[in-house]
Design a binder for this molecule. Structure first.
Ligand code: CMC
Length: 375
């Protein structure tokens, strides 16, 4: 038979339907359940958006209060997980640590073998509640610090800062962080979300799907880009050398992290909002270096390559200015994206068919197995 058309990287392939989010590259826009992300970012808390992604509608005040109470009361991780975390190598990458911690949460989940939709949804909410606690505990354990106990009175954003940094910052910083969580929450069939759906399609459970999603997110072509962006900005260090640095990347035909996107070719819908809040962080901290280098890189990339920045480009310096260390940036992405991943797990499961594509064979023709002496 004739070689079929191969869609390498699944470029342009519609693999399924989904009612969770919609990317419209023609207008650089993105909606979650019909609401524009920038509208959600300006007007809602991350908890409201998490509820929206799962339930399909924004919560009323009473529903939000109940949701906050339900999730905030589940933030504690077990003494067993704390012990395991203390055994992690001190130089482990926090993405590997959080992947392992989530996998462990699956072992000890009270409904571990139950993949009914109701149980899977409860697992999603437990993961949403516990992931920041695990991020804080792994980060602090690697530094030889005691974990901070989650405070159920804290909002999602306050909780993350408290668990990691042991302090709750001023409202502008909390708002910028919440905006980043909202913008990172969901993005159709990106690599990690599709990974989570693929795992789910076999009938496997929520913790397996999310563990696999975390593994996929770590890569620098995906979520790992937010860390790579800040490493790059630090390497450049000074706006005066930004152009020259970029030219040397061009000369080596090297990737420039935080630029380009599989779906958006004329601008990422999430960038203007994140950039606005990264600028605010630069004002709060009183350090414009990173935004100035960013401005030069973005202008040059557009002029010389016609390539636009993606969300990771402003998110990297924003997290740095909020006081997070670089290896935590992608784990913070996990804390947000677990909402989108799990919404997709539930959607996949509600109308499932095993995901199993074909490969076109290009190896050796069929041949007999030679005897050992003849090889
Ligand atoms: N730096 C330099 N050149 C680039 C970049 C970049 N960041 N992105 C794309 N290009 C070039 C690419 O080399 C190709 O050139 P040519 O046609 O000469 O071979 C052209 O632009 C088209 O790109 P592509 O390779 O077809 O794009 P893709 O859809 O396969 O890959 C991507 C998308 C995101 C993997 C890629 O743009 C990239 O590697 N970017 C850097 C990593 C990054 O920032 N990732 C974050 C992605 S978005 C948010 C997230 O998931 O966290």
């Amino acid at each position: 038979t004739q070689k079929p058309e191969i869609y390498k990287g699944l470029v342009g392939v519609y693999a399924d339907v989904s009612s969770i989010s919609k990317v419209m590259p023609e207008t650089n826009s993105l909606t979650y359940r019909g609401y524009a992300v920038q509208d959600l970012a300006e007007n809602c808390s991350f908890e409201e958006v998490a509820y929206l992604l799962w339930e399909g509608e924004l919560p009323t005040a009473a529903q939000l209060a109940a949701f906050r109470e339900e999730t905030a009361s589940q933030r504690e991780i077990t003494p067993a997980l704390h012990r395991v975390i203390r055994e992690f190598p001190k130089d482990a990458h926090p993405m590997d640590s959080i992947r392992t911690a989530v996998s462990f949460m699956g072992l000890e989940d009270p409904e571990t073998g139950d993949v009914s939709e109701a149980a899977q949804y409860r697992k999603a909410k437990r993961l949403f509640a516990k992931i920041p606690t695990a991020i804080g505990a792994t980060y602090r354990a690697a530094k030889g610090l005691d974990p901070v106990a989650p405070n159920p009175a804290h909002s999602f954003a306050e909780n993350v800062f408290n668990l990691v940094q042991g302090r709750v910052p001023e409202p502008e910083v909390l708002k910028a962080f919440d905006v980043s969580m909202i913008l990172y929450a969901e993005h159709t069939f990106n690599a990690s979300t599709y990974t989570a759906r693929l795992v789910t399609s076999t009938g496997a459970d929520m913790h397996g799907a999310i563990t696999a999603g975390i593994a996929a997110l770590k890569g620098p072509l995906h979520g790992g880009a937010n860390e790579a962006v800040m490493h790059m900005l630090k390497e450049i260090g000074d706006p005066a050398v930004a152009k020259e640095w970029l030219q040397s990347r061009f000369d080596h035909r090297a990737l420039v992290m935080g630029f380009g996107h599989r779906v958006y070719k004329s601008g990422d819908s999430r960038v203007p909002t994140m950039k606005k809040y990264a600028e605010k962080m630069a004002e709060v901290v009183g350090d414009r270096t990173w935004m100035e280098i960013s401005r030069i890189l973005a202008a040059e990339m557009l002029e010389k390559k016609n390539i636009h920045p993606n969300l990771d480009f402003p998110a990297g310096p924003a997290y740095h200015l909020m006081g997070f260390e670089i290896p935590l940036f992608t784990p913070l992405f996990v804390a947000s994206r677990v909402t989108g991943w799990s919404a997709h797990v539930l959607e996949q499961q509600a109308d499932n068919r095993l995901i199993r594509p074909l490969s076109w064979y290009t190896g050796k023709e069929q041949r007999p197995v030679p005897a050992m002496a003849a090889r």
